[in-house]
Design a protein. Structure first.
Lengths: 385, 384, 230
């Protein structure tokens, strides 16, 4: 049986050339569908990756109870030391706890294309670099505690104007110069960072936003969390940093991803009807060939399978072409959406998704024509002109 | 026209093929409607933005003192200032996000075009805990006038530490276009007096109305410089810029929409052109016969064009119709707080769809029509 | 209504790639109005070419083609098309019906080119179908008919606009003997009762017998075989 399938399919593919333009309908349809879908998903996928990279399983974030945005959280000066002495926090080489008092401020910027936007200015305290070892200075130097200095991320440098070393950012207490450029490999690269204490004074605020701690080990979370939630002086939530960002990622990208899938689905259905059309036409064009094979003794199943295989070959080819175009145009490009900088991502997983999408279309689009091919009345087809 | 039966018979020669083609065209135009319809919504919102209004808010986030309102009002060229803040909370489950915008009494004067009557505004002045709920939000949360709603807002705790805010639904009001998910308006005084002390007498943003629209950008810049060295520096955006979606998100969504619609059209063009070329090829002798009977070149070409145009136009109509239905149903499936604009099928959307359909038909028919024109009847009739 | 056909010194050459194949070398032919003429000859001898020239489907390289007083060699392609509509009816070997139209729909086709009202068109279609004896099959599609019936539909279509001239290209080539005789009788009827001039190309000597004048082509020349006044 397998041998028959092989022979009939090979014969089918040989005759494919004579059905070239008809077959291209499927290829073009799936190329357009998968290309558009992956292009749209590159935004949500890229944002998701940027967010997820920002969180780490060996860190925990402490926020005011019930709050879902870092900027809405408030950790008072009194609370900070209580948190820092809790069990479960890693210590640096001097034995001091790696706990960072952070600030989240919105700061207006001018985008590369001239339009106005916003980005986050983070406050980092003296243990900040210890908590976030992935932060590396790639140009200039790190800011000093107590000094009115800022460092800008590599992403911010590309997407915003006036983010070079020497440029000044206006804060309430005057101009702060940018004295270094950093990279972190995550969403922080689109931001600015300065010293928490100095920023607090400059912006007339009294509270920090969150505390970010490096856990002694990923399992230390429970101990740390217990200490925090049972302390009557504190009213906080403790969440593993990676979980925090997973949630943020999901919430931020849900709508966009949904949009991508809806568009992909609508186009896929359109391509499906085109595929059905083409495969029905292919079967009727091959009528004499199929009838001859049947008359010679080939079973109906190989004929049916060959139809589906043809549909699959064409649709997967189209999907790969579309995915290739989306990848070439977008993958790795820096982009900005809702003031978050990220790299557009057309990943292998998404390309695989596109291929599976196409295969599903081919399966449905080839099924009914394949049944018709199997049921072809042999005698009539042999006589037909 | 008397030729319609002939064209229709030609299209329905292979009924399955005709139906499948129509469905495919329909779906491509559904996509067209959703994307171009979304652009139409953006354009509508942009049109409604007034050129004499400015948003002003804290440059570095957080709240701004109400006192600034009087200071801004005193600036030359400023007609009036209103302020609003909001309570960000949820109903029972953090997933059920609710934002109640807390308005001061100047808001109706600075934003008179909003579809809320003075009587309705008065309701929430009379009852400080009163709330105006727009129809979209009322439908989503099953609210009607007279209901009581309590939301949990841990980020905006009250004086006593409680995160719960209770509102009385005073009236259900009409939706405002640019608030794509609907709105809830409360009384700012209620919020201000019940808040933690450190947050009292502070508000979220100012809506500034200027007297001379030509000076709007200028005044916006002046506000920024006036408070640049104060404890709470302000940032301003004119309403026209604020309502521009691509300026806001940083991504040119309108051209993404157009590209997607174009991709769909390309798919359809390929399908239709191929189908028509094949049909004409199969019926070449029939067309030759028509020519012998006396149908002119242009007559035969017109038949072919009609054969392409009818499914394209039908598909376009059905597709835009389906897009309209999907747009109306879509909001129910989106979680609250996901601000995706609802596509609207304006006249322009229909016009563009019609033009695209005609263009697709024209291009599809072009090559077959050329072949028919060049046909040598004698050869066509004999070459079976 | 009848038409006279005159071919004077007609030369027709076909181009097959780089080669020029001469088919008619200055052929002359006179067919008076109301005659039923059969034209036989081997393949490539030019009989179909003569038919095409008389029907205005093709232009001669030189010479005159006069049908019903009209000099076809002076007419452009577009003018020929217009002329054909009212002056010639074609009947083909393989019928050339539109498979997706009913018999009535097929017969109506030439009338769509006129300004007649729908009811008037329907009346004429009925008349034509009546003449060929297919009135009760008006709503059937070609796929539901035998070869003979399909050819009758083809004839009905050819006569519905009442042209004076009928051109037939192997009209019985695809039919069995009995059916062929029926068709040929019908053609005779159209010639004798309705005074139509008929030029019929055929391979079949028995078919040619039904005509009142028999011609043969041989290497581009015409030979009179017999003339029967019936």
């Amino acid at each position: 049986m397998l041998r028959q399938i092989w022979i009939v399919s090979a014969l089918n593919f040989k005759s494919l050339k004579s059905r070239f333009w008809q077959s291209m309908v499927i290829v073009v349809g799936l190329a357009a569908t998968v290309g558009v879908m992956l292009s749209m998903l590159s935004v949500s996928a890229g944002m998701r990756t940027a967010y997820q990279n920002s969180g780490s399983p060996d860190r925990a974030i402490v926020v005011s109870k019930g709050v879902e945005q870092e900027a809405s959280s408030a950790i008072t000066r009194a609370m900070a030391p209580l948190i820092a002495v809790a069990p479960g926090i890693a210590k640096d080489k001097d034995g001091k706890p790696l706990a960072d008092r952070t600030l989240q401020l919105g700061v207006p910027v001018v985008r590369a294309n001239g339009s106005k936007g916003f980005t986050t200015m983070r406050g980092m305290a003296e243990k900040g670099p210890g908590v976030r070892p992935e932060l590396k200075i790639v140009a200039g130097r790190m800011f000093q505690s107590g000094k009115r200095e800022l460092i800008a991320g590599v992403g911010a440098q590309v997407m915003f104007q006036h983010m070079q070393i020497g440029d000044k950012v206006i804060l309430p207490d005057g101009e702060w110069p940018i004295i270094g450029i950093y990279k972190t490999g995550d969403q922080l690269e689109g931001q600015l960072i300065g010293d928490s204490e100095t920023l607090l004074t400059a912006t007339h605020k009294t509270n920090y936003n969150t505390m970010l701690v490096r856990l002694a080990s990923p399992d230390s979370l429970d101990a740390f969390k217990k200490a925090m939630t049972t302390n009557p002086a504190l009213s906080v939530d403790v969440i593993r940093h990676s979980d925090w960002y997973n949630r943020v990622a999901s919430q931020s990208t849900f709508g966009l991803a949904l949009l991508g899938y809806v568009v992909g689905a609508v186009m896929a259905i359109g391509a499906l009807f085109g595929c059905l059309n083409t495969m029905y036409a292919a079967v009727s064009t091959r009528g004499r060939e199929i009838a001859t094979l049947r008359a010679l003794g080939y079973d109906a199943l190989p004929v049916a399978v060959s139809v589906i295989l043809e549909a699959m070959l064409l649709s997967v080819t189209g999907a790969l072409i579309g995915a290739g175009i989306a990848w070439a145009l977008y993958d790795g490009k820096l982009d900005l959406f809702n003031n978050v900088i990220f790299y557009l991502s057309v990943s292998r997983a998404q390309i695989a998704l596109g291929v599976i999408w196409a295969a599903a279309v081919a399966l449905l689009g080839g099924l009914f024509p394949s049944i018709r091919a199997a049921r072809l009345p042999v005698v009539d087809a042999l006589r037909a002109t | 026209m008397k030729y319609v039966p002939l064209v229709w018979a030609a299209i329905m020669r292979k009924p399955t093929r005709a139906v499948l083609t129509l469905l495919s065209v329909m779906l491509a135009f559904t996509l067209f409607g959703l994307t171009i319809g979304m652009n139409a919504t953006f354009a509508k919102v942009q049109e409604e933005a007034r050129d004499d209004r400015i948003f002003a808010f804290a440059r570095f986030g957080g709240l701004v003192p109400i006192a600034l309102e009087r200071q801004i009002e005193g600036m030359p060229g400023v007609a009036m200032v209103a302020s609003s803040s909001f309570v960000p909370g949820y109903l029972h489950d953090p997933k059920n996000r609710i934002f109640v915008q807390m308005m001061d009494e100047n808001i109706p004067k600075v934003l008179p075009e909003w579809p809320i009557t003075p009587q309705q505004w008065q309701l929430i002045r009379d009852d400080r805990q009163g709330m105006l709920v727009s129809k979209m939000q009322a439908d989503r949360w099953h609210l009607k006038a007279g209901d009581t709603l309590t939301i949990a807002a841990p980020a905006a705790r009250k004086l006593d530490g409680s995160p719960s805010w209770t509102f009385h639904v005073a009236a259900i009001t009409s939706d405002i276009n640019y608030m794509s998910q609907g709105y809830m308006f409360g009384n700012f005084d209620y919020m201000d007096k019940a808040r933690t002390l450190s947050d009292q007498s502070k508000t979220g943003q100012f809506r500034v109305k200027v007297s001379d629209p030509s000076k709007t950008a200028e005044i916006a810049a002046q506000i920024v410089s006036k408070f640049a060295n104060s404890p709470t520096p302000l940032e301003t955006i004119t309403e026209k810029v604020a309502f521009d979606v691509s300026a806001g998100t940083g991504m040119d969504i309108a051209s993404v929409d157009r590209d997607v619609a174009l991709a769909g059209m390309f798919m359809v063009l390929f399908l239709t052109a191929n189908g028509l070329a094949q049909a004409v090829r199969e019926r070449f002798a029939e067309f030759a016969t028509l020519k012998t009977i006396g149908f002119s070149d242009s007559g035969v070409i017109a038949l072919v064009f009609a054969e392409a145009a009818i499914p394209c136009l039908m598909g376009a109509g059905l597709g835009i119709g389906l897009a309209s239905i999907v747009s109306n149903v879509m909001p129910r499936f989106l979680p609250p707080g996901q601000g995706l604009p609802i596509p609207t099928m304006t006249i322009m959307v229909f016009v563009w769809a019609g033009l695209c359909a005609a263009l697709v038909a024209f291009i599809s028919a072009a090559l077959p029509a050329l072949r028919l024109k060049q046909m040598d009847i004698a050869t066509a009739l004999s070459g079976r | 209504m009848s038409a006279a056909i005159s071919l004077r010194n007609v030369v027709k050459t076909y181009k097959r790639g780089k080669e020029s194949v001469p088919v008619l070398h200055g052929l002359s032919l006179e067919i008076p109005a109301g005659q039923f003429v059969s034209l036989m000859g081997p393949s490539g001898s030019g009989k179909t070419t003569i038919l095409n020239l008389v029907g205005g489907l093709d232009h001669a390289n030189s010479g005159e083609v006069i049908v019903g007083g009209e000099h076809l060699e002076t007419l452009s392609g577009g003018q020929l098309t217009k002329w054909r509509a009212g002056h010639v009816g074609f009947i083909f070997q393989f019928y050339n019906l539109m498979p997706m139209l009913s018999a009535a729909g097929n017969v109506e086709l030439p009338l769509l080119l006129t300004n007649l009202s729908k009811s008037e068109r329907q009346r004429r279609v009925e008349v034509a179908l009546e003449i060929v004896g297919l009135k009760d099959r008006a709503s059937h599609k070609p796929g539901e008919m035998s070869g003979g019936q399909q050819q009758r539909v083809g004839i009905a279509r050819a006569i519905v606009a009442d042209p004076p001239l009928l051109l037939c290209d192997e009209p019985t080539g695809d039919l069995d003997r009995a059916t062929a005789d029926e068709i040929l009788s019908l053609l005779q009827q159209l010639n004798r009762q309705h005074k139509k001039t008929i030029l019929m190309v055929t391979h079949d000597p028995k078919a040619a017998d039904h005509a009142s004048r028999r011609l043969e082509t041989d290497k581009g020349q015409l030979i009179e075989r017999a003339s029967v006044t019936a």
